[in-house]
Design a protein around this ligand. Structure first.
Ligand SMILES: [Zn+2]
Length: 163
């Protein structure tokens, strides 16, 4: 059981305005943002562990557009015993490029626990450490089996195993 400190710290496009509700949701559902993850970011409880996972991915993808708002979402949907400090979640990370759900176990409206296996693709425009001028962007994938639990009707991210 390992925690993955790199996910949540996500990134978005700095200097952009509030997410456009009509654009496609970053989670890749094919819905627009308003009809998908926006309602969870604005306070509605995610009905399933997968919906929560998608909304947390979207929050990471949009983080740079409103770090305080999206970091607060990541923080309140993260189990109290495993979550980082709120201030650690606002730091910019890589640019998230796409999400693919591989598998889900339980995590439905009648479950109290669930897991979601996913692959998230990212690009780190700053290049590898140590930073070098003109370094090529680094692309990578995060493959994680995440565990979730439902508490007072709200799904929470607990931890995950990277593979
Ligand atoms: Zn979405």
């Amino acid at each position: 059981m390992t925690q993955n400190p790199r996910f949540p710290p996500g990134a978005g496009q700095p200097d952009a305005e509030q997410p456009d509700p009509a654009r496609r949701c970053p989670c890749g559902s094919g819905e627009n943002y308003a009809g998908c993850c926006a309602r969870f970011h604005q306070g509605a409880p995610a009905p399933t562990a997968e919906a929560l996972m998608r909304s947390r991915y979207s929050a990471n993808a949009l983080l740079g557009e409103d770090p305080a708002f999206f970091a607060a979402y990541l923080h309140r949907t993260w189990a109290a015993e495993t979550r980082p400090a709120l201030g650690d979640l606002t730091a910019p990370g890589p640019v998230w490029r796409g999400l693919r759900i591989v598998d889900t176990t339980a995590g439905g409206p009648f479950h109290d626990t669930g897991s979601v296996e996913f692959v998230a693709s990212y690009q780190d425009d700053a290049g590898p450490e140590p930073r070098r001028a003109g370094a090529a962007p680094v692309r990578g994938r995060l493959h994680e089996l995440s565990r979730f639990r439902r508490e007072s009707g709200q799904w929470l991210y607990v931890d995950g195993d990277l593979s």
